[in-house]
Design a protein around this ligand. Structure first.
Ligand code: 5GP
Length: 342
C-alpha cells in the first residue's frame, strides 16, 4: 500500500513553529492559560481555507505560545519525534531565531535550544537524521537579515555540521528581495546552502529574477514561476538550466489559497518536465497534515504509480543539504527497502 512507501522519506521544507502538533499545542495552551488561545486559532482543519495573510496571523499566535528556551526545546523534540514516527528518515528543520525579552530568550539561545533538541533525539536513538536551516523572516528587513547570516555563520563552525543552510521566508507581500541580496550572497560565500521561498504570490516576478541569479540551492513553493500562472519563460529557463530543485507543499498551498485545488497544483507542471520536485509539509501542525499524507495526495491526485512515488522519495535525497556521506547512507537505506515495496 502507499503508506508503506512513506516509511522512507526525506522532509526538506518544515518550519519549526508551523510543525507543532495538536498534542503539543494542547500542552502549550495549558501552560499559558492567561493567553486564552484556542486550538482553532493555531490550526487550519481539513476543508477549511485561509488567506495567506490569515496564515501569517496564525504564526503570530503560535509565537506567543513558544517563547522560551524550554518551549523551543520541547517543541523541537516533539516535532522531530513526530516526523520520525511518520517514517521520515531525514529531516531539515528550519526556524527563525527570535528574542523574547519577557523570558530572556536570545537569538543565540534560540538556535542552541533547537540544536540541543536534535542532539537529545540522537542520544535517545530516535531513528532520523536531522539538520537545521536558520531562517530569515523577510519582514524584519536587511539589517536583521545580515545579523541572522552572521549568527548562522558562527553556528556553522560550532554545531558539528548540524546547521547546513539558510532559509528566506516570511510574508511575501512585505519587503523586496533586492535589499536582502548582500546577506544572501554572504551566506552563500561562507558555504551555507540557500533555500529561498520564491514566487509564492504573483507579484514577485522581478524579485525572483534577481534571486534566481544567486542562484539558490532550492526553491520553496515557486507557485507563480511558470507562464501559465503569470510567471515567465525566463524564470522557468533559469530554474531549469540551473536545475534548482523545488520544494512543493500541496496542502499548505491549497489551504492558504495560493493554489485553487489539489489538481491545479504546480507539482504537475514541474513533474511533467522531469524537474527535481520534493514533496514537503511546510507546516504540518498549522495545515493538519504529515509527509505520508502529502505523498498519498500527490499519488492520488496525479495518478502516480508506486514506482513513480518511490522515485520521487528517492530523488529528495540528492536535493538535500546533507553531506555526501549521509546522502550515501540514505541511498543505501532506500535501496534496501526498494525490492520489498515494488
Ligand atoms: P518559525 O520560523 O517561527 O519556526 O516558523 C514560522 C515562520 O515560518 C513564520 O512566521 C513564517 O516566517 C515562516 N513560514 C511558515 N510557513 C510559511 C509559508 O508558507 N510561506 C512563507 N513565506 N513563510 C512561512
Amino acid at each position: 500500500t502507499l503508506s508503506f512507501y512513506s516509511k522512507l522519506v526525506s522532509e526538506l521544507h518544515a518550519h519549526l513553529n508551523g510543525s507543532v502538533s495538536f498534542e503539543t499545542m494542547e500542552k502549550l495552551i495549558a501552560r499559558k492559560p492567561h493567553l486564552n488561545i484556542k486550538h482553532s486559532m493555531t490550526a487550519i482543519r481539513n476543508g477549511q481555507h485561509r488567506t495567506l495573510d490569515e496564515c501569517f496571523q496564525v504564526f503570530k499566535v503560535i509565537h506567543q505560545l513558544v517563547d522560551s528556551e524550554e518551549d523551543i526545546l520541547m517543541v523541537a523534540k516533539a516535532v522531530i519525534q513526530e516526523f520520525a514516527a511518520d517514517g521520515v528518515k531525514y529531516l531539515e528543520l528550519r526556524s527563525t531565531p527570535r528574542e523574547e525579552t519577557k523570558t530572556g530568550l536570545s537569538k543565540r539561545r534560540y538556535i542552541e535550544s533547537a540544536i540541543e533538541a536534535i542532539r537529545q533525539c540522537k542520544q535517545e536513538d530516535v531513528d532520523i537524521e536531522v539538520r537545521f536551516l536558520v531562517a530569515i523572516d523577510r519582514r524584519n528587513g536587511p539589517e536583521v537579515a545580515m545579523e541572522t547570516v552572521k549568527l548562522a555563520e558562527d553556528f556553522m563552525l560550532s554545531s558539528d555540521g548540524l546547521i547546513v543552510g539558510l532559509d528566506l521566508s516570511g510574508d511575501p507581500t512585505v519587503g523586496h528581495g533586492k535589499d536582502l541580496l548582500p546577506a544572501l550572497q554572504r551566506a552563500k560565500n561562507c558555504g551555507l546552502k540557500l533555500a529561498l521561498h520564491l514566487s509564492e504570490i504573483p507579484s514577485q516576478k522581478e524579485e525572483s529574477e534577481l534571486l534566481l541569479d544567486l542562484p539558490p540551492d532550492r526553491i520553496g513553493h515557486g507557485t507563480f514561476l511558470h507562464p501559465e500562472v503569470g510567471g515567465s519563460d525566463s524564470l522557468v529557463d533559469k530554474v531549469c538550466k540551473q536545475n534548482i530543485p523545488i520544494e512543493l507543499c500541496l496542502t499548505s498551498n491549497v489551504k492558504g489559497q495560493t493554489v485553487p485545488s489539489y489538481d491545479k497544483h504546480h507539482f504537475q507542471y514541474w513533474y511533467e518536465r522531469g524537474h527535481p520536485c520534493v514533496l514537503c509539509t511546510d507546516d504540518k501542525g498549522v495545515f493538519c497534515t504529515d509527509l505520508s499524507q502529502e505523498y498519498q495526495l500527490a499519488a492520488s491526485t496525479f495518478g502516480l504509480s508506486q514506482e513513480a512515488v518511490w522515485h520521487l522519495s528517492q530523488q529528495a535525497i540528492q536535493c538535500s543539504f546533507a553531506p555526501e556521506a549521509v546522502k550515501q547512507q540514505l541511498e543505501q537505506k532506500w535501496a534496501e527497502l526498494r525490492p520489498r515495496v515494488l
